[in-house]
Write a protein of this length. Structure first.
Length: 131
């Protein structure tokens, strides 16, 4: 009976050792999976860092481009102000020229004067002849 009891104890111990071995193997598998997962996460983090670095570069490029656009806009605004000022000067000049043109003698005015002078010359001639 003692031998049977010892065999049962040994069988129990063997079963426990098998369970411990299975747990150890399972733990090793899980640990290996965790290592792979952590490696994948590390790779993912490194990729994200690279992407963020690229985004920072892109943002800096955009800031540079926006600065250039602001300079061009300022230049365009200055040129626009000059154009508006010049347009005003041109309008003043046009108005002055139009007023000057109004005072010039036109062809129809010359025709009128020619007829009137001709009529006056005839009338004077007639008056001289009558006197």
């Amino acid at each position: 009976m003692a031998e049977k009891f010892i065999n049962q104890l040994i069988d129990g111990q063997v079963a426990i050792l098998k369970q411990l071995k299975d747990l150890s193997e399972n733990t090793e598998k899980r640990f290996a999976e965790l290592k792979r997962d952590v490696g994948g996460l590390t790779t993912g983090v490194n990729d994200l860092k690279a992407d963020v670095g690229g985004l920072k570069t892109d943002v800096n490029d955009l800031k540079t481009d926006v600065g250039g656009l602001k300079e061009k806009q300022d230049t365009f605004e200055r040129k626009q102000d000059i154009l508006v000022e010049n347009a005003g000067n041109l309008m003043e000049g046009q108005t002055r020229i139009e007023k000057q043109l109004e005072s010039f003698v036109r062809k129809k005015d010359l025709d009128y004067f020619d007829k009137k002078i001709g009529e006056h010359d005839r009338e004077l001639y007639i008056l001289k002849m009558e006197s």
